[in-house]
Design a protein around this ligand. Structure first.
Ligand SMILES: [Zn+2]
Length: 58
């Protein structure tokens, strides 16, 4: 049984998503659904500075 990294509810009760540091590796965090994943990213400010540097303007 894994608890959602964001809300702490069991992810198996929903439509779970798993994140891993390495492809095919052990999950390091899991979320009920995209809503919890998105909320966690916003709350932790994970999107800031994490985008690749490619820009269509250049
Ligand atoms: Zn959740």
């Amino acid at each position: 049984m894994a608890d959602c990294t964001f809300c702490g509810r069991p992810v198996e009760a929903h439509d779970p998503l798993y994140l891993s540091e390495t492809p095919g590796g052990e999950p390091t965090s899991q979320f009920c659904n995209y809503g919890c994943l998105s909320a966690h990213v916003d709350a932790a400010d994970l999107a800031t500075g994490s985008a690749c540097e490619w820009s269509p303007e250049q």
